[in-house]
Design a binder for this molecule. Structure first.
Ligand code: SAM
Length: 310
């Protein structure tokens, strides 16, 4: 098994993290170690890296790939939403940078056999963390039509959400849905195909299920909320996201940190007393350049946002 991935916006991520020797950084989404390796190289000789991944395969691969860096690296199989606990367990109150590069690694998409892609016929699983109990098959076979519709609408922005939910419910009355090929065929038969839709009709359904199985938006929100308290003064938060739901969450949260006050706009005076905690460093999201997109077309939807602790 090789846990591979092509890191996205590597130089941009390093620039915004502002890596320096003697400092401590968190990579919340270790994956194939692409960003982690460069963070370690750019903080020689004594910078520390605390790296998390909720996929045990990523941690196993990293034990080998990062072994040369010895005690400079701490690897841990955790969701990044548990970062405060992880840091307190290793007696680290705060760090100088936190990076999260969201979504799936190429290994997970192409080799894990966990049904993340409708291009392959695999068991409908989609768990990044195999210790979790609910799979995508559990959701499509158990949820009511109403809940399925909401899931497809909320996490996939799928216009045909009702039709797809009904098609799933009708199919599962005859047979359990257990493979990606079954689900992709059901979605393709039910989804609206005209208009501006240029992608496979199954794309949004697969995205929605993956987000739901891995609680992706909830865990991102928890991480963002805790970030200012975990960063040293002038410490950096860097987030690379791949779809509009994630990017919107990051944009809004960073704006909230920069603004401070949470009082409704029609309040004559601030009563919440909240002060700004972060300064936004990227007024617009940073996108990969054309050369990177040519080399790695999967990078084309990436957006990077960064902010600094005040
Ligand atoms: C896009 S890959 C990261 C690639 C990595 N930056 C590299 O250069 O190789 C995303 C990784 O983050 C992990 N991941 C996604 N969400 C996570 C979360 N909430 N907590 C911990 N790991 C997560 C996935 O299991 C996957 O290995």
């Amino acid at each position: 098994m090789s846990y591979h991935h092509v890191p996205v916006m590597l130089k941009e991520a390093l620039f915004y993290l502002n890596c320096r020797p003697g400092k401590t950084y968190v990579d919340g989404t270790l994956g194939g170690c692409g960003h982690a390796l460069e963070i370690l190289k750019n903080t020689e000789p004594d910078g520390r890296l605390i790296a998390l991944d909720m996929d045990k395969d990523a941690i196993k691969n990293a034990r080998e790939r990062l072994s040369g860096f010895g005690s400079r690296v701490t690897l841990t199989h955790h969701n990044f939403s548990h970062l405060p606990t992880v840091l307190s367990r290793i007696h680290t109150a705060s760090v100088d940078g936190i990076l999260v590069d969201l979504g799936l690694s190429l290994y997970q998409l192409q080799e894990s056999g966990r049904g993340f892609s409708f291009m392959r016929d695999e068991p409908l699983d989609m768990r990044m963390n195999k210790d979790e109990t609910t799979t995508a098959a559990d959701l499509v076979n158990r949820l009511s039509v109403k809940d399925l519709k909401m899931l497809l609408w909320d996490y996939g922005e799928e216009r045909s959400s009702m039709k797809i939910a009904e098609a799933i419910a009708s199919y599962r009355q005859k047979k359990r849905i257990s493979s990606t090929a079954q689900l992709a065929a059901i979605v393709r038969s039910a989804a609206f195909k005209g208009g501006r839709r240029q992608i496979d009709p199954a794309t949004q359904t697969f995205q929605a299920l993956r987000i739901a199985v891995n609680h992706e938006l909830k865990t991102l929100e928890i991480l963002l909320q805790s970030a200012p308290d975990l960063l040293n003064r002038r410490g950096r938060l860097v987030v690379i996201s791949f779809h509009s739901l994630e990017d919107r969450l990051v944009k809004n949260k960073l704006r909230e940190f920069q603004k401070g006050c949470l009082c409704p706009p029609d309040f004559p005076q601030c009563t919440c007393g909240k002060k700004p905690t972060m300064k936004i460093l990227t007024s617009k999201p940073i996108r990969p350049d054309q050369e990177e997109i040519k080399r790695n077309p999967k990078a084309r939807s990436a957006k990077l946002r960064a902010a600094e602790r005040l």
